[in-house]
Design a protein around this ligand. Sequence first.
Ligand SMILES: Cc1ncc(COP(=O)(O)O)c(C=O)c1O
Length: 196
Amino acid sequence: MDRRERIAALIREELQGLPEETHDASLGMPLQVMPYGADEVIAALNCMLSTYVTMGAEVRRFEAAWAAYCGAEHAVMVNSGSSANLIALAALVAAGQLQPGDEVLVPAVAWSTSLFPIAQVGLVPVMVDVEPDTLCLDVAKAKAAMTPRTKAALLVHLMGQPGDVAGLEALGLTVVEDACAAPGAERGGRRVGRRG
Ligand SMILES: Cc1ncc(COP(=O)(O)O)c(C=O)c1O
């Protein structure tokens, strides 16, 4: 057994028998479940020990696997969901598809960095209410909120629920999807995050 294998064996031993759930089930929905195991700890440690912790072979492997899972042509890994939203909007402005001052519809129930990147790149966020059943942007209300300056919508797929990408596109809007809170959710046979 080489040194790395010995380290891996120690980690497996250390994590063996760890409860998957660290919450008293009698209290209802768990606040925390164990989101990783020995495989993930070993993979993370191997990256750190290799000193290659950004944009290396592991990231490329993950991007390819994630793109395939989502049915997308490409996936680009970034450090956080906030950065993903910022990069998507900044790219649309840099490409000239959106102009500073354009209005972007954003759901009133979302995450702070679903909204802030819109303002950060010089666009104007306009809050629109959500559907009570999905908690996603309400397309009828989006339509009612549109002005001649409304060019895009930042659709947040919330709490595992997929929002209506096609409905917003049918309004002629450029749709950016924030799928941070619903990876793997599907609507109309399409995984969220694939289109916008
Ligand atoms: C819908 C949504 N968008 C964006 C974010 C921001 O992600 P991060 O904390 O990785 O920046 C979150 C975080 O919970 C989120 O729930």
